[in-house]
Write a protein that binds this ligand. Structure first.
Ligand SMILES: [Zn+2]
Ligand SMILES: [Zn+2]
Length: 305
């Protein structure tokens, strides 16, 4: 699977960062998913290898403008392009009324089917090769995190086992890897289990929304990748005259370490860190507490898993 960060700024865009949006391309599928859709997300998509035609599902974490205001333009442009593939939109309660109101007021008619699904609490949406689980978060408005969970993958091919069975190298290997059983010329039956290791668990990726309690993801434990906001350093947060419900780099580092997260990417970066030196403070603070691989997201950052 592949992830492309389309917007990584908190609240307002900066010259280097647009507001929140993240694309996820599942394994070997042409379709892709979009998490949040801040203003100008469609412009970011145009500058990326992604196509609006192949966009299959949108998941909104919450209805704050920096995560949402790009939605109307994106849906309308996808319509102008005459995209036909149905689109599903998941988001907190209120998204249906909001969207239908905008569509009616601006006389927006879409040529593709749009299904709106309002998320209520902990839910699980199964899509065959992967599923999405929702996690209610702690923010100033209803907000959801989404956990992408891949179906288990077949075990690794063991060429030594294949040789022991006298299988000739070549296309037979591929057929067994795809789950086919084979009858050899001498009448012996070879099943995939004979040459594949134990099934491997599918990848698990946490996509957090705005949230001041990253530990709400704790039950997921050692996920392959956690993408979560770290809007401020602890020092800056402590000095804020008015507190907003966001996570600090320190808090995120501590939680990721406790969970045993394999890889951590912090995003939703306050514009005050829009300078390499200041940005480095965030990463340093995370690394004080988290010993895994940590990064600060930037626009158009691509991550493969
Ligand atoms: Zn935000
Ligand atoms: Zn917010």
């Amino acid at each position: 699977m592949q992830l492309i960060f389309l917007g990584t700024s908190a609240g307002v865009p900066t010259r280097r960062r647009n507001v929140s949006a993240l694309a996820l391309r599942p394994h070997e599928l042409g379709e892709w998913l979009l998490f949040d859709c801040g203003e100008a997300t469609q412009h970011q998509i145009m500058k990326s290898p992604l196509s609006l035609f192949r966009l299959k599902r949108i998941f909104l974490t919450h209805l704050h403008g920096d995560h949402l205001y790009g939605l109307f333009g994106l849906l309308a442009s996808r319509g102008m392009l005459q995209a036909q593939m149905p689109l599903e939109l998941y988001g907190p309660p209120g998204i249906r009324l909001l969207l239908l109101t905008v569509m009616e007021a601006s006389q927006l008619h879409l040529p593709y089917p749009l299904e709106i699904i309002e998320v209520r609490g902990e839910e699980r949406f199964d899509f065959g090769t992967y599923r999405i689980e929702t996690v209610p978060l702690s923010h100033s408005v209803p907000c959801y995190g989404y956990v992408y969970v891949e179906a288990p993958r077949p075990g690794r091919f063991d060429p030594e086992a294949a040789r022991r069975l006298g299988l000739p190298e070549g296309p037979l290997y591929g057929r067994l890897q795809r789950g086919e059983s084979l009858t050899l010329p001498d009448g012996r039956l070879v099943t995939p289990e004979d040459v594949l290791g134990p099934p491997r668990p599918g990848l698990r990726v946490v996509v957090g929304g705005d949230n001041d309690r990253p530990e709400l993801f704790r039950s997921y434990g050692a996920v392959d990748l956690m993408i979560h906001e770290a809007t401020y350093t602890q020092k800056d947060f402590d000095r804020l005259p008015r507190k907003f419900r966001h996570t600090t780099a320190r808090q995120l580092g501590i939680t990721a370490q406790q969970m045993g997260v394999k890889r951590l990417i912090a995003t939703h970066i306050s514009p005050r860190y829009d300078h390499p030196e200041r940005e480095a403070e965030l990463l340093e603070e995370i690394r004080l507490h988290y010993r895994g691989e940590a990064h600060i997201a930037y626009d158009f950052m691509e991550v493969g898993l």
